[in-house]
Design a protein around this ligand. Sequence first.
Ligand code: GLU
Length: 373
Amino acid sequence: MKIKIAECKRMVVKVGSSLVTDEGRGLHQAAIDQWIDQIVILKKKGYEIIIVSSGAVAAGISRLKWSSKPQALPELQAAASVGQVGLVESYEKAFRKYRVNTSQILLTHEDLANRTRYLNARATIKTLLRLGIIPIVNENDSVATSEIRFGDNDTLAALVTNLIEANLLIILTDQDGLYNLDPRTNKDAQLVKTAKAGDDRLEKMASGLPGSHLGSGGMITKVIAAKRAARSGAHTIIASGREKNILARLVTEEKIGTLLVADKIPLDAKRQWLADHLNIQGRVYLDQGATIALLKEGKSLLPIGVRKVDGNFSRGDLIACIDPLNKEIARGLVNYSSDETNKILNNPSKKIKQILGYIAEDELIHRDNLVLT
Ligand code: GLU
């Protein structure tokens, strides 16, 4: 498959701790400035970019003048809490020159595993992108207990890639990419230029390779992240964040680092995700207008097009859409519970607030969360 990086219009850029903090010496403003200079240019060219940045713990350790990374979780969390302030401040500073706004999003595993919060996080990030803001995501280290931790930001970056259906995940690290052997001990080690994301051999290759002493991942978490990103159709590039103009050069198709190719097109991936991960919790019966809007016009499902509700579902559940001939035509993640849907069906969206006293979304199922069956 011929991959055109320039056509990957929505991308997640993940930056590792050792890059952001100059190997633990403290926040590396010059490096952050350099990435942001490139990101602002890409944004002007129409790319949508989300940054997943590590470095909170490492920056905290350096601000607290600790000599090494602590082992105990509360100390790591305290360090993250101190460091996160400096981390976003550094990004803010870099963006301010260009009068581009940035925002901070801190996530835990629970936020993405719980479907309601999943929809909320997704709606927020998509809105930020629409407003031209470049969000900066990190794990919510200071509250995450071990069960709800991602543990490493490579995993977090892959899940964010799935969440907003980005086309590309760029993992910037302090190495040139994935090597077939450990380059520290093998003169013959060769950079893997391209491979299929999810190829089992990559995990074997990566498992012996070093990570930095500051981050929590290594090559193995990056290779697994690429496999995850590929589930929603995104390709991954692992490359050195120290290469000059790295992002701009990747987008002009320069071959740098390791490209791990997704073999599914995004729409199929989404269909599969909906099919694999969720059971149908209910049905809504549509009128002719809504059926045509979904099938022919590529529109979202509005409450006004629904005649009847069947089943007991909550916001974020998967439900089926049934046409007037009793045939399932689509499936999607619903924005309102079955009780709420029963109250607002047959009504224009502008009346939702009046009926329920609040409004989550105008759509019952947003087009982005819907697939035709
Ligand atoms: N969330 C952690 C931090 O910002 C880093 C996790 C990782 O090393 O990937 O310090």
